[in-house]
Design a protein around this ligand. Structure first.
Ligand code: SF4
Ligand code: SF4
Length: 348
């Protein structure tokens, strides 16, 4: 589990991170002081930084600042480290307190709404599927489609009985005591695991970084382990103009190869006319605990994303991430769908 100081010395003050930060672009520096201030300057003043970082929870952890930093500084990780250092239960934002309360009550980051378990955890197949809180409890079609697709391609699947939230939302709000507790609970439930597959890039990257496991996102599993030749799609019913959102935690924490897999799959689906929106990797606002902490910022970023997709004539926006689908789905300006759910619809 990551538990170390984050080194961010060597900043050359080029400002590239500030220019690229999506929260600065929508909210301005008056509201959000940005990556250099929060990830490079603030950590030096720990533990006495107090109110100087009261906007630190506005960062969506999109990882864009690190991507463009010529000094390769791990700015988002440094911001998460500051969040952890200043975490204080009495001072939590209202939305973040709800996450912690949901964890205490339900062992999910959101209140459960879907009690239906499609796969019995009886026996243990060769692949362990980890559903994640949003896909299971908020957008059950993601859970059902993932299980459906994995079944259609012949995967012998099991879901760990009594699984709990992976802890990724707690890392984002700085609550490491609860994060450790969840990790311990899950690790006992994961016993007997073979390969691990998840639907959520946030779960995937969290299980890699904090559990020292090697899970695959469903896209990686389908492309690398199953192979394109085993994906057989229905003949074209109607041609549809589809845009693909590149989720931050998919392309910048798991890796850019995963979005290439998504394009390869889309290119094989009859009736899909791909349209490329401007900056498809721009953050939609769904991550970093911002939907819960500052829903107005998350909505501003989602609005911008939808505008770009509509601008190129998309009829459907696909996102291989439950958090992005949840946030973008708050707007009804364009149909939004999770990637594997679309694949499930189109598979024979
Ligand atoms: S991770 Fe994204 S939102 Fe956070 S400071 Fe960096 S660029 Fe801005
Ligand atoms: S991009 Fe990197 S080097 Fe440039 S100001 Fe930001 S943190 Fe400093």
């Amino acid at each position: 589990m990551k538990d170390h100081l984050i080194e961010t010395s060597g900043c050359i003050k080029c400002g590239a991170c500030i220019n690229e930060c999506p929260v600065i672009a929508t909210e301005g520096v008056q509201r959000f002081s940005g990556p250099r201030n929060l990830g490079v300057d603030a950590p030096r003043f720990l533990p006495d930084i107090g109110a100087t970082v009261d906007n630190i929870m506005m960062c969506t952890t999109c990882w864009r600042c690190e991507e463009v930093c010529p000094a390769n500084l791990p700015v988002p990780e440094a911001i998460l480290h500051v969040r952890r250092q200043i975490f204080s239960a009495p001072n939590m934002l209202h939305g973040h307190r709800r996450i912690a309360e949901n964890i205490d009550k339900y062992r999910r980051s959101v209140e459960p709404r879907n009690t239906h378990d499609q796969v019995s955890p009886r026996g243990k197949g060769e692949v362990m599927y980890f559903p994640g809180c949003i896909g299971k409890e908020r957008i059950p079609s993601i859970y059902e489609s993932s299980v459906g697709v994995l079944g259609k391609v012949g995967t012998d699947l099991w879901i760990p009985e009594g699984w709990v939230c992976c802890g990724a939302p707690l890392e984002k709000i700085g609550d490491w005591d609860r994060l450790r507790m969840l990790r311990e609970e899950n690790m006992t439930r994961f016993e007997g695991r073979g390969e691990i597959v998840t639907s959520c890039p946030g779960c995937t990257s969290h299980l890699i970084a904090h559990y020292n496991l090697e899970p695959l996102h469903t896209l990686e599993f389908l492309y690398e382990d199953i192979g394109m030749s085993r994906l057989r799609f229905k003949p074209n019913e109607r041609t549809i103009r589809v845009a693909l959102h590149h989720p931050c935690h998919l392309v910048r924490t798991i890796g850019p190869h995963v979005i290439d897999y998504a394009y390869s799959i889309l290119n094989e689906i009859p009736g899909v006319k791909l349209v490329e929106m401007e900056d498809p990797g721009a953050c939609c606002g769904g991550g970093g605990g911002v939907v819960a902490g500052y829903p107005d910022i998350a909505l501003n970023l989602a609005t911008e994303k939808m505008r770009k997709a509509r601008e190129v004539g998309a009829e459907l926006l696909l996102a291989p991430c439950p958090f992005c689908v949840l946030n973008l789905g708050r707007l009804d300006s364009l149909e939004i769908m999770e990637f594997i759910s679309f694949v499930n619809e189109r598979l024979e």
